[in-house]
Design a protein around this ligand. Structure first.
Ligand code: HPA
Ligand code: ZN
Length: 323
């Protein structure tokens, strides 16, 4: 039997900052003279016990203190791409959180140019094509998002689209209507996290108000039958992250994950790793885990891999080459 890890696939929901492994965090901390509030990698790993999205985000943003120079971002992205390649990834659409860096004094150009250095050589080094998606932090103001978009204009040749992430509840997509309209006018593609912890209404808003092409997570859409019908009818891709949902307590155990019923409903779902350094697995590990825990068989694993290319921003010709 073909190993699920080896299936050629695209990864569409991956926060590059969420690939910061404890070993690299400590190496960068030493190099940059940053004090971490953990004695060693073991103690840091032991802190990865999350009760919800916010408890994860607190640690995730805190650990970013070690990322300071363009080289740090290059190293981070290169390490992810090498691992992803070993797990069958042929194409990766990678999120980054500019405000999480600019707020602590790291210029946007340092972040983008550092990441771009790794991404630009990724096909040659790792056999993985890449695109970069800039996410706005939804728990910051709409003005801050607009400033971030304006600051990114010199770097748009490196950026394919915009996304929306961070603490969801209380920060509906409509808050960012203006900045998404401006991003669309610049020719950027649009995605947004919705329905991870937030209600189905946020998924509708992301579609209707922001005009997104894909929904990141979208788990809670399952509470609304009409919305599910619409997502099926309009072939809106959902980038699911089952290991993330377990670690952030959206579902109790992987065995309870609605992935099988979402596939049975005819939704265009993909399986992704979200923040693999924190959630216990990269995307190949995730394919393996849903196979084991949810009885997702060989044919369905192939369907998930096929969906990942269909839902990607690759055009059809590129799509065939990547497979
Ligand atoms: N949800 C929202 N924001 C995030 C996530 C997530 O799963 N990972 C990193 N930022
Ligand atoms: Zn995410």
């Amino acid at each position: 039997m073909h190993l699920p890890e080896a299936l050629p696939k695209a990864e569409l929901h991956l926060h590059i900052e969420g690939t910061l492994e404890p070993e690299l965090a400590f190496a960068l901390a030493a190099r940059n003279g940053v004090d971490l509030p953990y004695a060693d990698t073991e103690e840091l790993r032991a802190a990865y016990l999350f009760s919800d999205l916010q408890s994860f985000l607190d640690l995730y943003y805190g650990l970013m203190a070690v990322l300071r120079t363009a080289d740090d971002f290059t190293e981070l992205a290169d390490a992810y791409l090498a691992r992803a390649a070993r797990q069958g990834v042929r194409h990766a659409e990678i999120f980054f959180d500019p405000q999480a860096h600019t707020e602590r004094g790291v210029p946007l150009g340092t972040v983008v140019e550092g990441l771009a250095r790794a991404l630009d050589r990724s096909e040659e080094r790792h056999g993985v094509s890449t695109q970069l998606i800039m996410c706005f932090l939804r728990d910051r103001s709409a003005e801050s998002a607009m400033e971030t978009l304006r600051a990114a204009e010199p770097y748009l040749h490196h950026i394919v689209g915009v996304g929306l992430d961070s603490a969801e509840v209380g920060h509906p997509p409509s808050k960012f209507a203006e900045v998404y309209a401006a991003a669309g006018a610049l020719g950027l593609r649009k995605v947004a996290h919705a329905g991870e912890e937030g209600p189905p209404a946020y998924v509708r808003e992301a579609l209707d108000v922001l005009g997104v092409e894909r929904i990141d997570h979208g788990l809670r859409a399952m509470e609304d039958g009409e919305l599910v019908e619409r997502l099926v009818r309009e072939r809106v891709p959902l980038t699911l992250c089952p290991l993330s949902n377990v670690r952030l307590r959206a579902v109790d155990v992987l065995e309870d994950h609605p992935l099988p019923s979402m596939m049975a409903a005819g939704l265009l779902v993909t399986v992704n790793s979200d923040d693999p350094a924190y959630f216990g697995g990269y995307v190949g590990d995730t394919f393996h885990a849903v196979h084991e825990a949810l009885g997702i068989g060989q044919e369905q694993l192939r369907e998930l891999a096929r969906n990942s290319f269909l839902a990607s921003f690759l055009d059809h010709d590129e799509d065939r080459r990547a497979r």
